[in-house]
Design a protein around this ligand. Structure first.
Ligand code: MRU
Length: 368
């Protein structure tokens, strides 16, 4: 996508030095656009844990490249296999909810184990890292094409634009390698000249909506308005939301959707107001093992300071401002699970299906 008119991905291998991974340091947005070079597994671990990169697809692609760096490190150790498994363990533990992380690590381990020579293991890990990133881009592009008719039909039904779309958190291109999941149909519609307007939930506590979704929509000229997390229900009751579309960090093969905390409340409000609630995801975000998402998907609990404080910029200086009394406790659940019954449909790279075990498996029969 475009940043000041220049096209970027969120994570890529350096052209000059193929042992360096570049990412966009998302902690600095929207104040500064900063690229960061990651040189080893430790850098990758830090980048994922501390949210220099975040969002399911972007985490997966970064971990994929991380495993390539792990093969380089392993080749300099006494015991290749032990070193590789150690690095895989470190990367697996960076964040618990987004399933793309383990998906990318396990895919790399399988590919690497298929080679005998160390040089070949390194080569296949590099190729696989690039493939994970490229496939993410293609899947998101396809999600855009499959989701586009939803927006077109809403415009037809309404008779005039804009189509008002509410989204939560950032499931934009920053959360993937390019295009995004929830934003892909929005960008596709905007590029076709279909009038869209996006309600951007600010998404406390890390404000991924206010800081990231708003920034990327602005960079790409898509009309949008940032709202408080509590405003969505009111807007829905007043006919100002035509569609809700979010991303997901993990969706069970039975259709339960884990996404940024607050998504469930949006789904409830959408149901009450008969507004379609779609979730967009590449197949790498499905969990093919867990049946009951509400009970079984691990929910990350992050540092309470993300709740007690707010991060911003004042006179060009970044600062943290305390929001709550010194003696008060806070807790920071990062995700919630929206049960399948509240989801109108899943927009995947293969098309749209109901959030049901039957339809998901019909769409992806090879996973049975
Ligand atoms: O904690 P984050 O920022 O990594 O959370 C991920 C998200 O941005 C959202 O939950 C998003 O809607 C889905 S990720 C494609």
């Amino acid at each position: 996508m475009l940043v000041q008119g220049e096209s970027y991905r969120t994570v890529w291998l350096s052209k000059e030095d193929q042992e360096v991974v570049w990412v966009i340091d998302q902690r600095q947005l929207p104040f500064r656009f900063v690229k960061e070079a990651l040189l080893n597994v430790h850098d990758i671990k830090r980048a994922i844990t501390d949210m220099h990169v975040r969002g399911a697809g972007c985490i997966g692609a970064t971990a994929g490249f991380g495993m390539y760096l792990a093969t380089l490190e392993a080749s300099r150790s006494n015991d290749f296999e032990k070193s590789l498994q150690y690095s895989a363990g470190i990367l697996r533990n960076t964040r618990p909810t987004a399933v793309n992380l383990t998906w990318a690590i396990e895919r790399q381990l399988k590919e690497i184990s298929g080679e005998n020579e160390i040089d070949d293991k390194i080569e296949v890990a590099k190729r696989t890292g690039k493939a994970i990133a490229d496939e993410d881009v293609i899947a998101c592009q396809q999600i855009g094409q499959h989701g586009l008719p939803i927006i077109k039909n809403l415009l037809k039904k309404k008779g005039r634009g804009p189509v008002n779309i509410l989204t939560h958190c950032n499931a934009g291109w920053l959360a993937f390698v390019d295009h995004g999941s929830a934003t892909a149909p929005i960008y596709a519609a905007h590029n076709e000249g279909i009038p869209v307007h996006v309600w951007v939930d600010e998404t406390r506590p890390r404000n991924q909506g206010a800081r990231l979704t708003a920034w990327e929509l602005y960079q790409n000229g898509v009309p949008h308005t940032v709202i408080t997390d509590n405003a969505g229900g009111y807007l829905m009751q007043n006919g100002q939301v035509d569609l809700v579309i979010t991303g997901t960090d993990r969706t069970t093969h039975t259709g339960d959707v884990a996404n940024k905390i607050g998504t469930y409340l949006k789904a409830l409000a959408a149901k009450d107001n008969k507004i379609p609630f779609y979730v967009a995801l590449p197949s790498s975000t499905f969990d093919w093992k867990i049946n009951d998402g509400v009970k079984k998907i691990p929910i990350e609990i992050r540092d309470a300071t993300e709740v007690t404080h707010i991060h911003g910029e004042r006179n060009g200086e970044e600062c943290m401002v305390r929001l709550i009394p010194d003696g008060s406790k806070a807790i920071n659940h990062a995700f919630d699970v929206t049960p399948a019954r509240l989801v109108t449909g899943l927009v995947t790279e293969r098309g749209i299906c109901n959030a049901s075990e039957t339809e998901i498996h019909q769409m992806f029969p090879e996973k049975l």
